[in-house]
Unconditional design. Sequence first.
Length: 130
Amino acid sequence: MKISLKLLNLLDDWEDRYRHVIDLGKALPDMPEALKVPATKVDGCASQVWLHITIEGGVLTFVGESDAIIVRGLIAVLITLYSGLEVAEIDKVDVVSELGRLGLNEHLSSQRSNGLRAMVTRVIETAAVA
């Protein structure tokens, strides 16, 4: 699933952005149950989070799921930022700036921010060992 973050950029009000991230989470396809295994579970998140990351031909793609709808939306944002990139490009994504530009940094709880960092770390570490 590749989404557009353009609408988030157009929304001025944080509550509208938050609702849009929730909508992105609702639109995120369910991850197959067979992929929800300990190896794909992301530690450090307040909710249950799984990321199944694959690298084929040097290109990173992933699917993810969470039991929290806002986290599903954050996964959709991360998929848009990272999925489909060459492994060598992953470390060039300034996720802090991107999330800040979208207004997500300053409005997430500390638990959600920690979980988001854990997800980003998982993506970066997976790309680094490829």
